[in-house]
Design a protein around this ligand. Structure first.
Ligand code: ADP
Ligand code: MG
Ligand code: MG
Length: 247
């Protein structure tokens, strides 16, 4: 589904990703862990097509297409979803409006029929219910005044509605209490655990991985994957720290 080969990327002339390679197949969950400043969020932004990041070497294919040739909207329409560490607030635009427009613009790009208001609300209600989120929150402006946990839950509702092929979730667990962590973890499993989908979970901590069990764990340090293993690697990191494991 995703093949990253020798990816080098820089921002403001500073090289952050320094030859990163990673393959993700449908049906797999990959966790990427690593110290602060290693380049984890940069990887997410580069894959999402955020402006300002320059790829200087390497290649990325997504479902057989050259991802780096696609603009951010085309990447989303092709089934890539990015959950950010710090979800943006959009005053004046309700969640319902925002999500319906996001979904319908993706559907139009795929030559699918846009959903009517009623069809969309039915879908939104089902997803909100699945995540224990009140419909009233979906009528409020996007993320404005939401707590950290509410933003993450909202992000899971977005993910459920957009129904991506590949979700890259950057520190989705940050700021969550134990109950919210379980709800978000269950949401990821329900929405994304499927033979034709894949997830990349970027996380500092093992605790999210108790809810969403990864098939592979990778250590990203100084712009590259320096170690890969199974779920046991996350426990080793938690015990021994990145210094010992990534050295
Ligand atoms: P992580 O998510 O692993 O903590 P990041 O990808 O956020 O790491 O950052 C990797 C490195 O890139 C850090 O050294 C950070 O300071 C640097 N960096 C991130 N954004 C910028 C930017 N806009 N300009 C310059 N350096 C940046
Ligand atoms: Mg960080
Ligand atoms: Mg980060």
């Amino acid at each position: 589904m995703l093949k990253i080969d020798n990816l080098h990327a820089e921002i403001d002339g500073k090289e952050i990703l320094k030859g990163l390679s990673l393959s993700v197949n449908a049906g797999e969950v990959h966790a990427i862990m690593g110290p602060n400043g290693a380049g984890k969020s940069t990887l997410g932004y580069v894959l999402g097509g955020r402006p300002g990041y320059e790829v200087t070497e390497g290649s990325v294919t997504f479902a057989g297409e050259d991802l780096l040739e696609m603009d951010a909207d085309a990447r989303a329409a092709a089934g890539l979803f990015l959950g950010f560490q710090y979800p943006v607030e959009i005053p004046g635009v309700s969640n319902v409006q925002f999500l319906r427009e996001s979904l319908n613009s993706q559907r139009r790009a795929r030559d699918e029929k846009p959903l009517s208001g009623a069809e969309f609300l039915k879908l939104a209600r089902a997803q909100a219910d699945g995540l224990g989120m009140d419909m009233d929150m979906l009528k409020r402006p996007v993320n404005v005044g939401f707590s950290g946990g509410e933003k993450k839950r909202n992000e899971m509702v977005q993910m459920g509605i957009l129904d991506p092929k590949l979700a890259i979730l950057d520190e989705t667990d940050s700021g969550l209490d134990i109950d919210a962590l379980r709800i978000v973890g269950d949401g990821i499993n329900r929405i994304m655990r499927s033979p034709d989908k894949a997830v990349i979970l970027i996380t500092h901590y093992q605790r999210l991985l108790d809810y969403v069990q990864p098939d592979f764990v990778h250590v990203l340090a100084d712009g590259r994957i320096v170690r890969s293993g199974g779920p046991e690697l996350a426990h080793e990191l938690e015990r021994e720290g990145y210094g010992a494991v990534a050295a």
